[in-house]
Ligand binder design. Structure first.
Ligand SMILES: *Cc1c(COP(=O)(O)O)cnc(C)c1O
Length: 379
């Protein structure tokens, strides 16, 4: 099955009870047994729920994996991966990382005895110098948030394999429509389903997908033991979102390109970060591992004053000033004061997250309206 067909049919069966085309929302905590242990595969909804299982199969299908797991948020999914580790283990991670992931690593797992190295990964050879006998996990986000750096997944996976280290890729920005990390050698794909996969800004959810059965079994154990699952209503909404992922992404990419090109020519804009530009430092890798360049665009105003950026985001009318990304509607954010406020200013600025940086999640509205809105806000 090809990708667009998989988004609609992958892992899905019509419901055996009445043939309903969409899986019903099994809003139940428990399941009747005829005799102790006499059940139909479902005992308790933390462990298994038919709506969630249908979604987990869809996740596995669209990411070309064998096993999918759904969690109550993207961070709950990351948390489950970190629980594979033990005190003394080390993680090599992208330095330009989603703020919440950085907070989970440094404010929770560091205290449990896990050591993190946050490094620039645009030069993959750099990763190897941080690997030692305690290294158990490489954590990659690509494109990175919000600087839109690109990391070579295939080359990183070769290093991970040589050193017997797991490679996990946060694929939230790209989605499986653009990039399929398991096919490039990653062991674990993670999603904030809240973003593009859900696609409608109406749920918070996370996902993991893996190929290997032993790894999947460990993660299912953690999912059930720690209990950070999603509910059946949200599972239903995410399934509905997946069915239009490919058409939404196609439009996000078209609009993202038009907005990036508009900003690049604007005299009041200093820099535009978008991997589709030929002069983007990792454009060639982006081109080789992604089908297109997505709908996320970051830019820096020529006036480096904090208030210059704030004024623009306040003036936007079609773009909504809000955290999050990946919905059908366009959003604008100011990373330094919003999504990345939990990263110390000094750390933040090292990776380019200056006060004048604005991040756009370009939606699927008419692109002329989006550009007109930017025009009036930037002036
Ligand atoms: C939002 C986000 C997360 C966290 O996901 P939640 O669903 O908000 O818990 C992780 N990584 C990236 C890249 C994100 O954008």
């Amino acid at each position: 099955m090809k990708f667009n067909t998989k988004t609609i049919h992958g892992g899905q069966e019509n419901d055996p009870a009445y043939g309903s085309v969409m899986p019903p929302i099994y809003q139940t905590s428990t399941y009747a047994q005829s005799t102790p242990g006499g059940h139909k595969g479902y005992e308790y909804s933390r462990t298994h729920n038919p709506t969630r299982n249908a979604l987990e199969k869809a996740f596995a299908s669209i990411e070309n994996g064998n096993y999918g797991l759904a969690f109550g948020s993207g961070l709950a999914a990351i948390d489950a991966v970190l629980k594979l580790l033990s005190p003394g283990d080390e993680v090599v991670s992208t330095n330009d990382l989603y703020g919440g992931t950085y907070r989970l690593f440094t404010k929770i797992y560091k205290d449990f005895g896990i050591k993190f190295h946050f490094i620039g990964m645009d030069n993959v050879a750099h990763i190897e110098s941080y690997i030692n006998k305690n290294t158990k996990l490489i954590w990659v986000e690509t494109p990175t948030n919000p600087m839109m750096n690109i990391i070579d997944i295939k080359a990183t996976s070769q290093i991970a394999k040589e050193h017997n280290v797991l490679l996990a890729v946060d694929n939230t920005f790209a989605t499986p429509y653009l990039q399929q990390p398991l096919d490039l050698g990653a062991d674990i794909v993670m999603h904030s389903v809240t973003k593009y996969i859900g696609g409608h800004s109406d749920l918070v959810m996370g996902a993991l997908v893996v190929k290997d059965k032993a790894l999947a079994d460990k993660l299912y154990f953690i999912q059930n033991a720690s209990g950070a699952i999603c509910g059946p209503q949200d599972a239903f909404l995410a399934l509905r979102g997946i069915k239009t992922l490919h058409v939404r992404m196609q439009r996000h990419c078209e609009n993202g390109r038009a907005v990036a090109e508009y900003l690049a020519l604007h005299p009041k804009i200093d820099k535009v970060y978008w991997p589709g530009f030929e002069n983007h430092p990792n454009h060639d890798i982006a081109k080789s591992q992604m089908k297109d360049f997505g709908g996320m665009v970051s830019f820096v105003t020529a006036d480096s004053n904090y208030n210059a950026a704030i004024k623009i985001v306040e003036k936007l009318k079609v773009f909504t000033l809000a955290e999050s990304l990946g919905g059908v509607e366009s959003l604008a954010g100011h990373p330094a004061s919003m999504t990345h406020a939990s990263i110390p200013k000094e750390e933040r600025e090292k990776t380019g997250i200056v006060d004048a940086l604005i991040r756009l999640s370009v939606g699927i509205e008419d692109v002329e309206d989006l550009i007109d809105d930017l025009k009036q806000a930037i002036g």
